[in-house]
Design a protein around this ligand. Structure first.
Ligand SMILES: [Zn+2]
Length: 68
């Protein structure tokens, strides 16, 4: 049963187009697919496409700062 041995063990495939993954763009096959997936992800999570700013803590409500 050598033929089975010749099979590539779980060759990673691009989740976007199914092509072989390029180590440089893991887990995608190209930057384009990485971009596509990123766009899908963003449009699914965020309603507004944010590009330049990456403020992770920018929208924190001032908790416990209510001077009553
Ligand atoms: Zn791809």
């Amino acid at each position: 049963m050598n033929e089975v041995d010749r099979m590539i063990p779980a060759a990673p495939a691009c989740p976007v187009c199914g092509k072989p993954v390029d180590p440089a763009y893991k887990p995608f096959c190209s930057r384009r697919c990485a971009d596509i997936d990123l766009n899908r992800w963003l449009s699914g999570v965020y309603a507004i496409p944010a590009k330049d700013e990456e403020d992770e803590d920018g929208e924190r409500p001032a908790e416990g700062e209510a001077g009553d």
